[in-house]
Design a protein around this ligand. Structure first.
Ligand code: GDP
Ligand code: MG
Length: 437
């Protein structure tokens, strides 16, 4: 799947330390393949890769100490851009009742989405009114009526022998009379786009002037969903797309193409059959999800702000000479304390990998560690071997900790040193980094 592919590509790059232009090219070639395999439209992929490449081959990335992270950041930003930059909410302004029209092919998830939207709006303290207007399959009307009961919202009593446009007009009148806020209209779909379906949608649209016309499209159909969106948009004019079944494997592919190809914003994601499996679409969250990184990106950004690159370079030199002292450890701790999360920053220290992640660091631990280090003399920090039992007791007392805490810190420090030593033996920091990541 797309996330896994991208993750492994970036993993390889991370292990390389400094990147050459050809590393970047190779990496982006894999990103390109991953996107194409995820069924992203090839034109969209081409544009995307070009934009990333242009930025990635600049000094910003190649000369940074954390080129892979920089590259990931650029890929993330360009993904966000492709996905539409920012979230576009439903248009709920203006006089009520507000009609929302759902269109799309059969089986795309219109009826389910209608009920999900009703639930979503109900949570926002709005009064939704569901309107079944799919008269071709009597079961479809009952389906929405049943779902409405489950959600606990009102549903128009459509009859299968009514014309859809009449249903919709009557439903609007009833909504107005009863003070409903939003009227959600579930229309009939076909197996394929045909003129009759489009004409019907057009007629309903003219009758009620919906504030939002949402295409419900099945993400699992990949490029088909994109073509359907394009077609609907050209013929009836959409204000947005609800992408359903996104929890499946095709995750990301259709989303990436739809906005770029149609210019239509994705407004919601359907992520399951249950009625609360509806998410507001946020381009940045989707991008993070595609990259399989959750909130790691914002941490990287934070780390970059707080991390003193010059100090990192000095540290790297010291590590090469096996001159990593408790003074350096204290510097590191002070830098780390400026961050919320340790793991992210530890991974950013050049030449130190995920192994250190398992060390017993948490926020409180850091405060404790710094207190202990502050209670030592500079000589002791530079050469902890001179610490004897009575000095350890004094340090524990001075820092409000215990001798065990002092010993634990010294042990962690020894482990780090051993690790660094091991790194050098194994053929340099670069080689170790490659093994660790
Ligand atoms: P319609 O013909 O467009 O009205 O489609 P339905 O709402 O009847 O949905 C068709 C099928 O897709 C049903 O089995 C739904 O449970 C399922 N479905 C709808 N949305 C989602 C979704 O987001 N995820 C999953 N996994 N299934 C969905
Ligand atoms: Mg239906």
């Amino acid at each position: 799947n797309l996330s896994d592919r991208l993750e492994s590509t970036f993993k390889k790059l991370r292990g390389r330390g400094k990147l050459t232009p050809s590393d970047v090219e190779k990496g982006l070639r894999e990103v390109r393949l991953a996107l194409l395999e995820a069924d992203v439209n090839f034109r969209v992929v081409k544009d995307f890769i070009n934009r990333v490449k242009e930025r990635a081959l600049g000094a910003e990335v190649l000369e940074s100490l954390t080129p892979a992270q920089q590259l990931i950041k650029i890929v993330h930003e360009e993904l966000v851009h492709t996905l539409g930059d920012s979230a576009v909410p439903l248009n709920l302004s203006g006089p009520k009742p507000i009609p929302i029209l759902l269109v799309g092919l059969q089986g795309s998830g219109k009826t389910t989405t209608a009920a999900k939207l009703a639930k979503f709006l109900k949570k926002k303290n709005l009064k939704p009114f569901l309107v079944p207007a799919d008269v071709y399959r009597p079961a479809a009307i009952d389906q929405l009526k049943t779902l409405a009961k489950q959600v606990g919202v009102a549903c128009f009593d459509s009859q299968p022998d009514q014309k859809p446009v009449d249903i919709v007009k009557q439903a609007m009148a009833e909504a107005k009379a009863k003070g409903y806020d939003v009227v959600i209209i579930d229309t009939a779909g076909r197996l394929h786009i045909d003129d009759e379906m489009m004409a019907e949608v057009e007629e309903i649209k003219q009758a009620v002037e919906p504030r939002d016309v949402l295409l419900v499209a099945d993400a699992m159909t990949g490029q088909d969903a994109v073509n359907i969106a394009k077609n609907f948009h050209e013929k009836v004019g959409l204000t947005g797309v609800v992408l359903t079944k996104v929890e499946g494997d095709a995750r990301g592919g259709a989303a990436l193409s739809i906005r770029a190809v149609t210019g239509c914003p994705i407004k919601f994601l359907g992520v399951g059959e249950k009625l609360d499996a509806l998410e507001v679409f946020h381009p940045d969250r989707m991008a993070s999800r595609i990259l399989g990184m959750g909130d790691v990106l914002s941490l990287i950004e934070k780390a970059q702000e707080a991390f003193d690159l010059k100090k990192a370079q000095e540290l790297q030199k010291k590590l090469k000479k096996d001159a990593f002292t408790l003074e350096d450890l204290r510097d590191q701790i002070r830098q780390m304390k400026r961050l919320g999360s340790l793991e992210s920053i530890i991974k950013l220290i050049p030449g130190i990998g995920s192994k250190l992640k398992d060390m017993p660091f948490d926020e409180k631990e850091l405060v404790r560690m710094e207190a202990i280090l502050n209670s030592m003399t500079p000589q002791e920090r530079r050469n902890p071997k001179i610490l004897n039992a009575s000095r350890k007791r004094r340090i524990a007392k001075g820092s409000g900790t215990t001798v065990q805490d002092v010993n634990r810190l010294l042990k962690s420090y020894e482990e780090m040193r051993k690790l660094f030593k091991h790194m050098r033996k194994k053929g340099g920091l670069q080689a170790l980094a490659r093994n660790l990541f």
